[in-house]
Design a protein around this ligand. Structure first.
Ligand code: TTP
Ligand code: MG
Length: 348
C-alpha cells in the first residue's frame, strides 16, 4: 500500500519576506510587482481575510486592503530558501518529487512510521529556515495534495481515500486538483455542486457531457482515486564545462589560462561538492584524452579544482595543438538538489 506525502510551504513568498522583516508579522502583507498591471503573487493569511489572494491585480488588492504592506518580489531569495527546504527533504526522504518552488511529493511507502518522519521533516525545515510548511498524507498524490491544503498554515492531515471522500464530501468539486473552473461551472449547470454529488453522479451521463475519458476521470477524482507514482529526479553524476577553441591552441600558457577560467565557471555553478576532478583534452587530430584525480575532501573550491586541473594537464602534456579543453567534477555524496543539469550523457 503506497503512502504519499505532499508538503507545501505556507504563504511562501510572504513568509520568506517576514524572515527579514519580523516587525511585519501578524500584519496584512502582500508580495506583488510594482507595475500598473502587476498581480499579487502571495498574500499573508491576514491579508487573505480581506479577500486578497494570488493572481488578483495588485490595484484591486490595494482597494480591498489599503492598510496592507506591499513588497516587491525577490525571486533570488525565494529560490535560495526553496533550495534549503528541498535539501532537507532529500536528506531525510529517499524518494522526492519537487513540483514547484514551495511544494513536493514524498514517497513514504517504505517507512515504518511515515507520520513521525514527516513531523521530523517539518521540524527540521522550521529550525533551519524559520519557515512553516503544511503536510498532507494519503494513499495517493490526490489525497496527499488536498490534505496538505486542508488545514493551512502549519497543517498536518493524514487520511485514507475513504476518509478523504467523507471529509471533503460537502466541498465544491473544484477543491480537487484537475477539476478546473470551467468544469466546475458546467457541473453546477447539471446541479452537481459537491464532491459527494459528483462521486454519485451517473458516469454515462457525465461521459456524454464531458467525453468518455474526462467523464470517467471526474468520478474517479471525486472518489479520490489517483496515482501514487512519483516522477523521480535523475541524479547528476557529474558536472562539467568545456570549450572548443575557434583555432587550435598550441601555447601551454594559453591552455592553462582557459583551464583556470573553465574551473572557475564550473565551481560557480556547482550545486554540491565533488571528490573527483577530471580534464578532457581533444587534440587537433581528434584524439581525445581524459585524466582524473580524486581529492581527499569533496570540494567546490575553484582554487583546488583549477590547481588539480592544471596538474593533470601538465602531467599529460599534449604534444599537438589542442582543439578542446574541459573540466569536470564528479563523485558527489548527496543527490543533486536540482533536476539534472542536462549533461548526463556527456562522458568526460
Ligand atoms: P502556493 O503554494 O499556491 O501559495 P502560498 O505558498 O503563497 O500559500 P499557501 O499557504 O496557500 O500554500 O504558491 C507558492 C508560491 O508561488 C507563492 O508564495 C507565490 C507563488 N505564486 C505566484 O507567484 N502566483 C500564483 O498565482 C500562485 C498561486 C503562487
Ligand atoms: Mg504554498
Amino acid at each position: 500500500m503506497p503512502t504519499i506525502a505532499h508538503l507545501d510551504m505556507d504563504a511562501f513568498y510572504v513568509s520568506v519576506e517576514l524572515l527579514r522583516r519580523p516587525e511585519l508579522r501578524g500584519k496584512p502583507v502582500v508580495v506583488a510587482g510594482t507595475g500598473p498591471r502587476s498581480v499579487v503573487t502571495t498574500a499573508s493569511y491576514e491579508a487573505r481575510r480581506f479577500g486578497v489572494g494570488s493572481a488578483i491585480p495588485a490595484s484591486r488588492a490595494r482597494r480591498l486592503c489599503p492598510q496592507a504592506i506591499f513588497i516587491p518580489p525577490d525571486f533570488e531569495a525565494y529560490r535560495s530558501h526553496s533550495r534549503q527546504v528541498m535539501a532537507v527533504l532529500r536528506e531525510q526522504i529517499e524518494r522526492v518529487e519537487v513540483v514547484g518552488l514551495d511544494e513536493a511529493y514524498l514517497d513514504l511507502s517504505d517507512l515504518q512510521r511515515p507520520r513521525a518522519a514527516m513531523r521530523r521533516v517539518v521540524a527540521e525545515i522550521k529550525s533551519r529556515t524559520g519557515l512553516t510548511a503544511s503536510v498532507g498524507i494519503g494513499p495517493n498524490k490526490l489525497v496527499a495534495k488536498v490534505c496538505s491544503d486542508a488545514e493551512k498554515p502549519a497543517g498536518f492531515v493524514a487520511l485514507s481515500r475513504e476518509q478523504a471522500c467523507e471529509r471533503f464530501a460537502a466541498s465544491a468539486p473544484g477543491l480537487v486538483p484537475g477539476i478546473g473552473p470551467k468544469t466546475v461551472q458546467r457541473l453546477a449547470e447539471l446541479g452537481i455542486t459537491t464532491l459527494r454529488a459528483l462521486a454519485a453522479a451517473d458516469e454515462t451521463m457525465l461521459q456524454e457531457r464531458f467525453g468518455p475519458n474526462h467523464g470517467r476521470d471526474l468520478v474517479a477524482r471525486a472518489l479520490f482515486h489517483g496515482s501514487a507514482q512519483l516522477t523521480l529526479e535523475r541524479v547528476a553524476v557529474s558536472e562539467s564545462r568545456e570549450t572548443t577553441f575557434p583555432q587550435d591552441v598550441a601555447d601551454r600558457a594559453e591552455q592553462e589560462e582557459v583551464l583556470v577560467t573553465l574551473s572557475e565557471k564550473l565551481c560557480q555553478g556547482l550545486k554540491r561538492p565533488g571528490r573527483t576532478i577530471a580534464i578532457k583534452v581533444r587534440l587537433d587530430d581528434w584524439t581525445t584524452v581524459t585524466r582524473a584525480r580524486t581529492v581527499g575532501e569533496p570540494t567546490t573550491d575553484p582554487a583546488i579544482v583549477s590547481a588539480v586541473a592544471l596538474e593533470l594537464l601538465r602531467a599529460y602534456g599534449p604534444e599537438r595543438p589542442v582543439r578542446l579543453l574541459g573540466v569536470r567534477v564528479a563523485g558527489f555524496d548527496a543527490p543533486a538538489p536540482e533536476v539534472d543539469t542536462g549533461q548526463l550523457a556527456l562522458p568526460v
